[in-house]
Design a protein around this ligand. Structure first.
Ligand SMILES: [Mn+2]
Length: 289
């Protein structure tokens, strides 16, 4: 007897993967179960599993946006990470992202720690002449190195900046003096701190409408208030509400969005708040884009 059950290893609503017939201009999910550079609360290696499982709580009709999730997307599973070796793992993610790009599939990455984004952003920055990374995070992740390591969850956006992308950082509420100096020394990093977002969401939305390049969205789950999303690598007091992420996704839905990552979900508990919110970001993105 065939049971009418769900397949928790693939994101809900994903299409059957038939490599001979991958639809052009679709989206492809990959998981990066890697957390070797975590400096505080580890466990995001389990993020891809719990986020996929949480996706089964949603309806195909997205009532907030009055739209059906009818975007074609595939869930290709997890990449083979190298535990303990961030640089090697970033290279594997980059190669995987390039394979997706060659198939005309836009990558959606489920972390894993934030270093999961490095390879994807590198691949996309080479495909597009100009790329803007909209980075939602409590932290800037702009350190040149972190405890001597260039490849780390804390250096992601510095590496991205070296690849030549413009950055829009949203939800920032923790950074170092060096990072602030670095931002002042450059021209292409726009910042909306947590308080700015709470008080002037319209300014954030307006700014996003002015972006005239392809856009990549990177969401560190710690951008949300730890009251909403407590199971993250570096919980940081204050933070955004879920609807503020909805507003950003809605603004970006009018743009050419070429990829998404949702990283730093660090829990092994099914149905945990952080995992549900992470799954919702991917679900909203796919409903609107
Ligand atoms: Mn962060």
């Amino acid at each position: 007897m065939l049971l009418n059950t769900y397949e928790p290893w693939k994101f809900a609503f994903s299409a059957t993967t038939d490599f001979e017939n991958i639809k052009k201009d679709s989206y492809g999910i990959i998981g990066v179960p890697f957390d070797s550079t975590s400096s505080y609360h580890s466990g995001s290696r389990l993020g891809p599993i719990v986020v996929r499982e949480a996706s089964y709580g949603f309806e195909r009709y997205n009532v907030n946006f009055k739209s059906n999730l009818d975007t074609t997307f595939y869930d290709f599973g997890d990449v083979n990470v190298v535990p303990g070796n961030c640089e090697a793992t970033c290279k594997i993610v980059e190669d995987t992202a390039n394979e997706l790009i060659d198939l005309d599939v836009k990558p959606i990455t489920i972390g894993g720690e934030h270093s999961a984004s490095i390879g994807v952003i590198k691949a996309l920055s080479e495909k597009y002449d100009k790329l803007t990374v909209v980075h939602m995070d409590a932290h800037r992740d702009l350190a040149f190195d972190f405890i001597g390591e260039k490849y780390s969850h804390a250096t992601v956006m510095r590496r991205a900046h070296e690849f030549g992308v413009d950055l829009v950082q949203i939800g920032i509420r923790s950074s170092s003096a060096d990072e602030e100096e670095f931002v002042k020394s450059t021209y292409n990093i726009q910042t909306f701190k947590t308080r700015d977002v709470h008080r002037h969401m319209d300014a954030v939305e307006y700014y996003l409408t002015t972006v005239d390049t392809p856009v990549y969205l990177s969401v560190d789950m710690d951008v949300l208030s730890p009251a909403i999303a407590p199971a993250v690598g570096n919980p940081t007091s204050g933070g955004l509400f879920t609807y503020e992420i909805e507003d950003v996704i809605k603004s970006l839905s009018f743009k050419e969005v070429v990829g998404l990552d949702v990283v730093e979900t660090a829990t092994n508990k099914l149905g945990e708040n952080t995992a549900v919110s992470a799954a919702k970001i991917i679900y909203d993105f796919l409903s609107l884009i």
